[in-house]
Unconditional design. Structure first.
Length: 412
């Protein structure tokens, strides 16, 4: 799994029920007039994403919003380990596009007027989302079995048409509590009634592509995963260094506590690489149907480094779509059109063992930045040796109850 936290997640619950009635001010105080936010604006600021043991800070270079055109476009930047990530998110009546360093992916979804919540929100009192910035806060809450959200909007007291902060926090049982916070400081660029650049990202106009034709060859792949699922169908994997870059933050921050094992596979692969897909919850998004996807870790270079041959600084991530898996009796080089098959599982180790042999300490020593030299060496030793005294980890016994997995894909 490769978690990508973007504004797209906000759409899952926003405005599902706007029939809530606005209530009076708390403690019987006076309720200010309901804000009249502009139907169109362009703004700059920053976005915070907060979850249990997780935090991201992104600069909003430009946000364009139009309730008249039913379009929202957000252009943000951040850094990973010192490398820039340029992210474009675009929503209209029919599409939800997201572009990361020029890699475009189309998602299910459409424009949602998230500022419309102010029409139904309740006044909860004054607030100071930024030092010295006095605002009025409005809140809208919604819940149903398995899902809840809480939205607050802070509007300048001195100008009720000027939003300062938008915060949506949602909770689902299968994920951590997560908040998306958009902040528009009064001193930043804000133009009401004017929209800049609402065309969808240029990278989304050309579509995904294949790298030059490559051979069919065995590729060593690592997967960090729960011990209840050893399948590679619709999963993301990586080379040794690539999975280290992901595991360091994930294990250190305990982002995925049910991920308790790491497995090394040999996968016979058609290396005519396609665009890397994000594979979560047994489905992949943004790749090429059937093709093994590839990018440098975190997609830190232009077009994700899909076809780059120099991977020594970052490592590599892969995506394995179910449509490309070879059915029984077929291989990627037999003309059947399949692109990958598991040759064997080389070794599975426990995450707890990695912690005991100093993997997390190595991540800290690396500073969580490329090339993750010490932590990659630690993970390499864990697979190379069984003796913890040598930095190794013993293999998980394949006959124990720990393993509950899907074997070969059946022939349809």
């Amino acid at each position: 799994m490769r978690l990508t936290f973007t504004a797209a997640v906000v759409a899952c619950g926003v405005l599902l029920s706007l029939a809530a009635l606005a209530r009076g001010a708390p403690d019987g105080g006076a309720t200010p007039p309901r804000p009249a936010l502009p139907e169109e604006f362009s703004a700059g600021g920053y976005q915070l994403i907060e979850a249990d043991n997780f935090f991201r800070n992104l600069t909003v270079l430009l946000q364009s919003y139009s309730a008249l055109e039913n379009v929202t476009k957000i252009y943000v930047s951040e850094e990973h380990a010192g490398d820039p990530l340029l992210i474009e998110m675009y929503y209209d009546d029919e599409h939800q596009w997201q572009s990361y360093n020029g890699v475009c992916r189309l998602y299910t979804g459409e424009f949602f007027d998230y500022w419309a919540v102010i029409k139904y929100a309740s006044y909860v009192g004054t607030s100071e989302p930024l030092p010295g910035v006095q605002c009025d806060r409005w809140r809208f809450s919604y819940s149903k079995p398995g899902f809840s959200e809480n939205i607050t909007v802070d509007v300048l007291q001195s100008d009720s048409t000027r939003p300062v902060q938008y915060n949506i926090t949602f909770e689902v049982p299968t994920w951590t509590k997560t908040s998306f916070i958009y902040v528009y400081p009064p001193w930043s660029m804000f133009e009401a009634g004017k929209v800049k650049d609402i065309s969808y990202p240029k990278s989304c106009q050309k579509g995904p592509y294949f790298c030059d034709e490559g051979p069919v060859e065995p590729v060593s792949m690592i997967r960090y995963h729960p011990s209840t699922d050893y399948s590679l169908r619709n999963k993301n994997t990586a080379d040794l260094q690539g999975d280290t870059t992901f595991m360091c933050s994930a294990i250190y921050n305990n982002v995925q506590p049910d991920y308790d094992v790491v497995t090394q596979y040999t996968v016979l692969t058609n290396t005519t690489w396609g665009q890397y897909a994000l594979c979560n919850h047994d489905s992949c998004n943004g790749g090429i149907a059937g093709a093994v996807g590839r990018e440098l870790s975190y997609g830190v270079t232009f077009e994700g480094g899909q076809c780059d041959t120099n991977t020594s600084r970052t490592g590599v991530w892969y995506s394995l779509p179910e449509e490309g898996e070879c059915t029984e009796g077929h291989t990627p080089d037999d003309g059947s059109g399949c692109t990958w098959m598991v040759v064997r599982e080389e070794k599975t180790i426990l995450v707890e063992c990695l912690k005991k042999i100093g993997f997390v300490e190595a991540c800290v020593a690396d500073g969580f930045v490329f090339p993750y030299a010490a932590s990659t060496a630690s993970l390499s030793d864990a697979f190379a040796y069984d003796d913890p005294a040598r930095g190794g980890c013993p293999p998980v016994d394949t006959n124990t109850a720990l393993r509950l997995r899907s074997r070969a894909r059946p022939t349809p």
